[in-house]
Design a protein around this ligand. Structure first.
Ligand code: GTP
Ligand code: MG
Ligand code: ZN
Length: 355
């Protein structure tokens, strides 16, 4: 018989990451959801309320050090498994994160140890290729496989569906793109069969696109709350308020997430390069190796725009994200350096006082 945590996606990769000292004294569990000051974890049967040890909380130098939905953690269980204390976070196979709105450098963790991300846009008002690119960059940066889901295909004609799919394939040629409907049931079975046992999937996309409705369809019951999109501004209402890991009947794991209001600049070069691979290929043909693609002679990217081979809009989006990513990478490492310098200064001051 397999261990119960194997049913939650625990596998050889995580086994190879185990810290033997921690494993000797704690159990291994998976984070189901994160709340204001608490967590819910599971060992494969039942869900257990959990808190962090003070040590883990106070030694965390950023949000990256704290558990998020989908994390594997070292925990102690008490009182007949009715509550738990989390002592540490295991190394992550993948991590979906975004820059916190308003703040310069901190991150909001979306979910950890995701294998497949379903990026969902609805085929009515929500469809937006630039936003889709942002999601694709975020997912590619984390080495997660994207699948693009176009919801509410019941609202438009077959011709329109094909046209939209064509547009999307032109910016994401290697990606699976599926139009589906929670209402008519079209392609629901295809989505179901793409959910693999032992793999962790997550649903991403704006509020109101139908993520939770799809989850309910997959579960075959109205287990989670959904809500009508307001007609006036076509905006969703943020019905789902926290991320939650759900174990499906076939052994696949699925995380529903609340719609994100905005997608910050979380890209690093690898994710950008994958999403904008045709631009990267062009860049290799630029005359100068350090071409900034903003006006140099012999720039292959600018030439391609001139000749109508590359959409101006796509180029603008690429440049914008590249600049944002460079800025944010810099500010993050600078912050870490500053933190260290500050710590060093305090230590030296204390040393000085003692002598
Ligand atoms: N016509 C149509 N409506 C749909 C479809 N899927 C979902 N809806 C409707 O869209 C609305 C929003 O659906 P939700 O599932 O709550 O959306 P969500 O993505 O979970 O939104 P948040 O939880 O706020 O992020 C509901 O009124 C659904 O009935 C679909 O395939 N076709
Ligand atoms: Mg929802
Ligand atoms: Zn160039």
């Amino acid at each position: 018989m397999t261990n119960r945590i194997e049913n939650l996606g625990y596998n050889d990769w995580f086994r190879s990451q185990v810290d033997v000292n921690q494993a000797a004294v704690h159990e291994i569990a998976r984070v189901v959801s994160v709340h204001k000051d608490s967590y819910v974890v599971t060992k494969g049967h039942g869900e257990v309320f959990a808190e962090l040890t003070g040590n883990l909380f106070y030694t965390a130098s950023s949000s990256l050090d704290l558990p998020t939905t989908g994390d594997w953690v070292y925990a102690d269980f008490f009182d007949d498994n009715s509550h738990a204390i989390i002592h540490g976070v295991m190394p992550r196979k993948t991590l979906l994160k975004r820059k916190t709105a308003g703040k310069l450098v901190d991150f909001q963790l979306i979910a950890a140890n995701i294998d497949v991300a379903f990026i969902m846009q609805s085929m009515d008002y929500n469809l937006n290729l630039r936003r889709l690119e942002r999601y694709l960059v975020m997912v590619a940066e984390s080495n997660i496989t994207p699948i693009i889901l176009l919801s509410k295909c019941d609202l438009i004609s077959q011709d329109e569906i094909e046209e939209i799919k064509g547009n999307i394939l032109s910016i994401a040629p290697q990606t699976t793109v599926l139009a589906f409907s929670n209402l008519s049931g079209e392609n629901i079975n295809t989505i179901k069969s793409s959910l693999l046992p032992g793999h962790t999937h997550c649903l991403l996309g704006s509020s109101g696109v139908g993520k939770t409705t799809l989850l309910n369809r997959i579960l075959g019951s109205e287990q989670f709350e959904t809500q009508t999109v307001s007609k006036k501004d076509s905006k969703g209402r943020h019905t789902t308020t926290s991320r939650e890991l759900i174990a499906l009947e076939n052994g696949a794991l699925l995380i529903d997430t609340p719609g994100m209001r905005e997608l910050g600049n979380m890209s690093v070069d690898t994710g950008l390069d994958e999403t904008f691979s045709e631009i990267l290929e062009l860049a290799q043909q630029c005359k100068f190796g350090n071409c900034s693609h903003t006006g140099e002679k012999g720039c292959a990217i600018l030439a391609a725009i001139e000749e109508g081979e590359l959409a101006e809009e796509r180029y603008q989006n690429y440049m914008k994200m590249k600049n944002e990513s460079a800025f944010y990478e810099l500010s993050y490492s600078e912050k870490r350096k500053k933190d260290k310098d500050f710590g060093k200064m305090i230590k030296e001051t204390l040393k000085y006082k003692k002598t």
